[in-house]
Write a protein that binds this ligand. Structure first.
Ligand code: GLN
Length: 485
C-alpha cells in the first residue's frame, strides 16, 4: 500500500514504529495529487510549500517522541474555513481574493493536533448546492466516474479523500453537505450534533443549521478527527460546554440488543432501486451484529425539504448581507455612488444559485410574509425535531439511505434547482433537528458507483453513533474498492 492511500490510524502506527515520516507521507500525498488532480479538481488551492514546511517541523517532533493525534497527517480543508495567510474563497468570485486575518477554531485545533494542511478544497458557492458545480472555480469530478458530480457542497473534500489526495478532510454540513458527497464518493462523512464543534471562522451559510465535521476513509479515523474537532469554544455562542469522551474508546464495543429504527417515510417511492438494494444489505449486516430492527414513523418527513428551503435561504440572505463590497468582498470598480457599490458588487460577485437563495430568503423574511414563511417553517421544524425525540425514546439508532440516487452526471441537475434540492431529502432532517448523523459506504451499483447508508442518533450521542458505525463497518465488510482515476 502506498502511503497516500492509508488511514490516519495506519499512518500513525507506522510513524510510532519509526516506519515513516511526516515528510514522506506529505510527499506521497502531493505525488498522488500531481497524478490525479488534473482529472478530479478537488482543490481550489494547494498548500505544498506550507505543508512540506509543517512536515519538516513534525519530523522534529517525531524525533523527540512528541507524537500528537494527527502528527504527520495530511488534512484537506473546505474553502469555507478561514485560514490565515491563504485565501478563503467559499467558491465565490465575491471572496476570490479574501484572506482571513485569523484561523477558524477547527483549523487551530487541527494544527495543534499536528495535522498538516494539504490545501483548500472546492465547494459549491457559499456551500449552496449538492454537486460542487456552483463553485466559481468550476466543478469537482467524482473520482469513481469523472463524468459525474462528487456531491456537494463539500464535494472537493469528499473527492480528495476518495482519490487519496489527502488522508482526511474537513467539511461543513447545513443540509447534508458532508454526508451526501461522502455517500456519493464512497467515504465516511460525519455531521456532529449542533453545538458540539465550534463554527468560529466558518463562513456562515445558515447559522441554525451549519455544523463542521470530518470526511475520512474509515470510522476509526472519523473518531480520531472528532476527538480533535469537538469541544467548547467561547468564540461561538452556540457551542455547548459538554464533556467530550474519547470517541475511539467506543469502537469495537458490542451493539447487540440495540434497537434500530427504519423510518418508513425514507423508503417511499423515488429512491433508486440499486440504492435500496444496498441499504437492504446494510440492514442485514446490522442484524448480524445482534441489533434488532423495527419500523418507525417520522410523520413530518414530507415537510423537511420545504422547511429547509425557507429556513436556509432566509438565514443565508441575512448572513450574506455583509458581502457588500465594503466590509467584505469584491468591489465593483465602475460604481458611482453607494447604492451602485452594493448592487454592482453583489451582481458581479455572486453566482446564480446564491442570488436565488438571497431573493427567496429576503422575500420570506420581509414584512407581511415573515410569519407566513419563516415563522411557519420554524414551527414545522419543531414538529420534525419532535418526531426524532419521540423515535429516540424507543430506538438507539435510526437507519436510512443517505441519498436517493448514486452520483449523477455533471450538468444533469444544474438547470433544475428543485431536482438538485431533492438530493438532500434524507439528510436535511438531521440539520433541522440538530442531531448527529453519519454516512458510511454500504455497497456499489452495477456501474460501480458507491452507495452510502445513514445512521442517526440522539443529540450528543456521537460516541454511541460511532460505536454503532464501527460495528456495522466490521460486520458489513463492504469490499474496499478504490476509484481508478
Ligand atoms: N445541498 C444543500 C443546499 O444546497 C445543503 C448544502 C449544505 O449542507 N451546505 O443548501
Amino acid at each position: 500500500m502506498e502511503l497516500h492511500s492509508l488511514t490516519i490510524h495506519e499512518l500513525q502506527d507506522m510513524i510510532r514504529a519509526g516506519g515513516t515520516t511526516a515528510t514522506r507521507i506529505t510527499e506521497a500525498v502531493f505525488q498522488r495529487i500531481g497524478a490525479v488532480e488534473p482529472k478530479v479538481h478537488a482543490y481550489i488551492r494547494l498548500m505544498k510549500e506550507e505543508a512540506l514546511a509543517q512536515a519538516a517541523l513534525a519530523d522534529e517532533d517525531i524525533k523527540r517522541g512528541d507524537i500528537k493525534p494527527l502528527t504527520g497527517i495530511g488534512v484537506a480543508l473546505k474553502d469555507l474555513l478561514c485560514t490565515r495567510g491563504v485565501p478563503t474563497t467559499c467558491g465565490s468570485r465575491m471572496l476570490q481574493n479574501y484572506i482571513s486575518p485569523y484561523d477558524a477554531t477547527v483549523v487551530e485545533k487541527l494544527a495543534a493536533a499536528g495535522a498538516i494542511f494539504i490545501g483548500k478544497t472546492n465547494t459549491d458557492e457559499f456551500a449552496m448546492g449538492s454537486s460542487t458545480e456552483t463553485s466559481c472555480f468550476g466543478p469537482t469530478r467524482n473520482p469513481w466516474d469523472t463524468d459525474r458530480i462528487p456531491g456537494g457542497s463539500s464535494g472537493g473534500s469528499a473527492a480528495a479523500v476518495a482519490a487519496d489526495e489527502c488522508i482526511a478532510a474537513v467539511g461543513s454540513d447545513t443540509g447534508g453537505s458532508i454526508r451526501q458527497p461522502a455517500s456519493l464518493c464512497g467515504v465516511i462523512g460525519f455531521k456532529p450534533t449542533y453545538g458540539l464543534v465550534s463554527r468560529f471562522g466558518l463562513v456562515a451559510f445558515a447559522s441554525s443549521l451549519d455544523q463542521i465535521g470530518p470526511l475520512t476513509k474509515d470510522v476509526e479515523d472519523a473518531a480520531i478527527m472528532m476527538n480533535v474537532l469537538a469541544g467548547y469554544d467561547p468564540r461561538d455562542a452556540t457551542c455547548v460546554a459538554t464533556q467530550i469522551p474519547d470517541y475511539r474508546k467506543f469502537l469495537g464495543r458490542d451493539i447487540s440488543g440495540w434497537l434500530v429504527g427504519i423510518p418508513k417515510e425514507y423508503f417511499a417511492e423515488g429512491t433508486d432501486r440499486e440504492v435500496l438494494d444496498a441499504v437492504e444489505k446494510a440492514v442485514q449486516s446490522v442484524e448480524k451484529c445482534g441489533a434488532r430492527i423495527t419500523e418507525i414513523s417520522l410523520p413530518h418527513t414530507k415537510y423537511c425539504v420545504a422547511v429547509y428551503c425557507i429556513i436556509a435561504p432566509a438565514e443565508a440572505s441575512s448572513n450574506l448581507a455583509r458581502m457588500d463590497g465594503i466590509r467584505y468582498g469584491l468591489r465593483a470598480k465602475e460604481a458611482r455612488d453607494l447604492a451602485e457599490v452594493y448592487t454592482k458588487s453583489r451582481t458581479d460577485g455572486f453566482g446564480a444559485e446564491v442570488k436565488r437563495r438571497i431573493i427567496i430568503g429576503a422575500y420570506s423574511l420581509s414584512a407581511g410574509y415573515r410569519d407566513a414563511y419563516y415563522g411557519k417553517a420554524s414551527q414545522v421544524r419543531t414538529l420534525i425535531s419532535r418526531d426524532f425525540d419521540e423515535a429516540f425514546r424507543e430506538c438507539d439508532i435510526i437507519l436510512t439511505p443517505t441519498t436517493p440516487t448514486p452520483a449523477f452526471k455533471i450538468g444533469e441537475k444544474v438547470e433544475n434547482p428543485l431536482q438538485m434540492y431533492l438530493s438532500d431529502m434524507f439528510t436535511i432532517s438531521a440539520n433541522l433537528s440538530g442531531i448527529p448523523a453519519i454516512s458510511i459506504p454500504c455497497g456499489y451499483t452495477h456501474a460501480g458507483l458507491p452507495v452510502g447508508v445513514q445512521f442517526l442518533a440522539g443529540r450528543f450521542e456521537e460516541a454511541r453513533l460511532l460505536q454503532f458505525a464501527a460495528a456495522f463497518e466490521k460486520s458489513a465488510a463492504v469490499e474496499k474498492r478504490r476509484p481508478v482515476v
